[in-house]
Design a protein. Structure first.
Length: 284
């Protein structure tokens, strides 16, 4: 699947922001395809996406992935899966490996979301193995971490860095670098009417970002915020926040366009150091 020349050129530079969207299981096949077409139309016309300043990706349900990759890939937008199995192939009925996700056009995979931990009982071992599978198959893991209850930023940083280390220590690094997008999603904020406060988000993400990028092979990794994130939030966060991982508040294409516009406006006020500390993305 080839990208237009402008997108290929943009891929040679590090993005200054990352915006991610998970569709979860809210849309059926046709509605998912229509959503991807709407997002491709927006992306084709958005200077920050076309120019490579914003790294944008969408995670649909798995049956939609090939068509989503075709539609969005032409607009320079990445796609991926919301989960993978830790083995690439074998007698694992109902599972899908990272090798297949990559063959279908996926570039990202969500790992360790709070719903996977809570509903399906995924633990540190499972999440670490799935992270390793992402690295092994050339996928960027979107590693979700988050504290159970609201407390101090210091308490959240301690719990979330422990979750990061548990996953990455088991996964190890494959090759000179293993880029990771860590999504800080406080479990108490997922599905809530409002996200965590901007001061809280900024403090926690700053601590996680410093820790993540100090790890071997993770220099190009970034931390983004999810957890009831929506339009207006990114304008209230400091540049420690690498981005937003969006869920239901970005399921309206118009809302996602607003977030892209807000992100671009924010970038215009920050010096372009070509892969400095600004990256933006969002979920839940």
């Amino acid at each position: 699947m080839s990208l237009p020349a402008k997108a290929v050129g943009a891929a040679s530079r590090q993005p200054r922001a990352v915006i991610g969207v998970s569709l979860k299981m809210y849309f059926d096949y046709q509605r998912s395809v229509d959503y991807c077409r709407d997002i491709a139309t927006i992306a084709f016309k958005h200077p920050a996406v076309v120019g490579g300043d914003i790294e944008l990706f969408v995670l649909p349900t798995l049956p939609v992935l090939p068509e989503a990759a075709r539609i969005l890939g032409a607009a320079g937008v990445g796609t991926g899966a919301q989960d993978i199995f830790w083995e690439d192939e074998g007698a694992y009925t109902g599972e899908v490996g990272g090798k297949t996700v990559a063959e279908l056009g996926g570039r990202y995979v969500e790992v360790g979301h709070a719903e996977r931990r809570r509903i399906f009982g995924e633990d540190h071992r499972t999440i670490g193995l799935k992270t390793a599978a992402a690295y092994r198959n050339g996928l960027t893991p979107v590693l979700c971490v988050g504290e159970l209850i609201a407390g101090s930023p210091e308490e959240a940083i301690a719990q979330c860095t422990a979750e990061i280390d548990a996953a990455l220590n088991r996964a190890g690094t494959l090759g000179p670098t293993s880029r990771t997008i860590v999504a800080h999603e406080p479990q108490w904020a997922i599905g809530a009417p409002e996200p965590a406060t901007p001061d809280y988000i900024s403090a926690v993400v700053r601590g996680l970002d410093e820790h993540l990028r100090s790890l071997p092979g993770q220099e190009d990794s970034r931390v983004i915020y999810g957890g009831s994130a929506g339009p207006g939030l990114i304008t209230e966060l400091d540049t420690a926040v690498a981005g937003l991982f969006l869920g239901r508040f970005a399921h309206d294409p118009a809302a996602l366009k607003t977030i892209l516009d807000e992100t671009a406006a924010r970038l215009s006020r920050v010096p372009d150091e070509n892969s400095s500390s600004t990256t933006l993305s969002r979920s839940n």
